[in-house]
Write a protein that binds this ligand. Structure first.
Ligand SMILES: CC(C)(COP(=O)(O)OP(=O)(O)OC[C@H]1O[C@@H](n2cnc3c(N)ncnc32)[C@H](O)[C@@H]1OP(=O)(O)O)[C@@H](O)C(=O)NCCC(=O)NCCS
Length: 345
């Protein structure tokens, strides 16, 4: 009886140990396969994405910022569309097949929207090329288009300004916005003036851009801007119901790092800071240049609406503070577009 029971126990113990060993071997092989795939087809990262889309009946190339995570062959992530005024985010899930392709599905993060679809990519080094097809629940029809994702390199982060960043952001400001343009604001940052804040973009430990926000009373801001005559009246009239405003003074990115969504990320961080400070109305100016990049598209993508256009916007200010416009020198005769954004309470 005892011997039989002992044999029975031994049998169970052997089966358990055997199962554990098999599970261990399977887990080891699974991990090894995951590591192999992650090394061979490393698709995790931040992407600039471009896709065909239909907006108000017209086919256009839309842009989105996407992040992909990877665990072995399993892919998850999200894609935030940079439509004018849209904050729509698509949740992506998929898998790598044949070490070469990704297939998956997407759905909107908006629980009230029933839009759903699938995507397919070929993995080409740092680019994913393919297409998407989805069901548009508003129109009740299937829509489709091309889909391209370009991987952005480097570890990127947006941080709060510290005094160590000053030499780098000063250099970027001088090169991109003109000598002395931000001198007085840099002084405010140095003295720890709480109404001025700065967000800094860093890629692989290198400072590559910054965005500056100021909290002001509308009347003081308009006075300081050196806007005069009818433009001043016009601006004050447009802003008459607002007392305190969050002013996105400037965003600048070093030339080597443009077109990677850095200004967009900085704009987002500045808006969030205003939101955290309970500021409900934001204003910004975009530099209307004859050549070169501007922030017009970025502001519109972040829900800013055009208020008015003011010629010779910086003329008086550039004479007063002696700054040298990279576009037209001293005095500056550039035109500004005034933008406003109301934040939801
Ligand atoms: C204007 C400036 C700030 C833009 O910086 P940037 O980092 O190149 O800007 P972004 O990469 O965020 O956006 C540039 C374009 O790429 C697009 N983009 C951003 N992220 C993207 C993504 N993930 N996928 C696809 N496109 C993307 C933006 O929509 C934008 O396109 P649009 O202008 O057609 O709308 C920069 O050129 C600069 O410093 N210029 C000099 C100073 C200046 O003019 N500052 C603004 C006035 S204060």
């Amino acid at each position: 009886m005892t011997a039989t029971f002992f044999t029975f126990l031994l049998g169970i113990a052997t089966s358990i140990i055997g199962s554990i060993i098999i599970m261990g071997i399977q887990a080891y092989h699974k991990k090894k396969e995951e590591k192999r795939l992650e090394a061979k087809c490393n698709v995790a990262g931040n992407y600039l994405t471009y896709f065909d889309d239909e907006i108000e009946g017209v086919y256009v190339e839309s842009k989105a910022r996407a992040i992909l995570n990877q665990k072995g062959k399993t892919i998850s992530g999200e894609s935030k569309v940079l439509y004018r005024d849209s904050t729509r985010t698509w949740i992506l899930t998929g898998e790598i097949i044949d070490d070469r392709f990704i297939r998956g599905v997407f759905h909107s993060d908006d629980k009230t929207a029933n839009d759903i679809g699938s995507f397919f990519f070929e993995i080409n080094k740092d680019e994913l090329t393919g297409g998407w097809m989805g069901f548009d629940s508003d129109k009740k029809e299937v829509v489709k288009g091309k889909y391209l994702m370009k991987k952005m390199k480097g570890t990127r982060k947006i941080t709060d300004y510290t005094e160590h960043d000053y030499p780098n952001i000063h250099t970027i400001a001088e090169q991109r916005l003109g000598s002395h343009y931000l001198d007085s604001l840099f002084e405010s940052l140095k003295t720890g003036d709480n109404s001025v804040f700065c967000k800094v973009a860093i890629i692989d430990e290198e400072v590559v851009g910054f965005g500056i926000g100021i909290v002001k009373e509308v009347a003081n801001l308009v006075d300081e801007l050196a806007v005069t005559g009818t433009h001043k009246t016009q601006l004050l009239e447009r802003l008459k119901t607002i007392k305190t405003i969050g002013f996105l003074k400037a965003v600048a990115v070093s030339e080597n790092h443009e077109k990677q969504g850095i200004a967009s990320a900085l704009t987002e961080a500045v808006i969030l800071e205003f939101q955290n400070r309970d500021i409900r109305n934001l204003m910004s100016f975009s530099w209307k240049r004859s050549s070169g990049p501007t922030s017009i598209g970025i502001l519109k993508n972040h829900g800013f609406k055009e208020l008015c256009t003011i010629p010779d916007f910086w003329t008086e200010d550039s004479i007063r503070h002696g700054y040298d416009c990279p576009e037209c020198g001293v005095p500056c005769h550039c035109t500004a577009i005034v933008f406003h954004k109301a934040l939801r309470t």
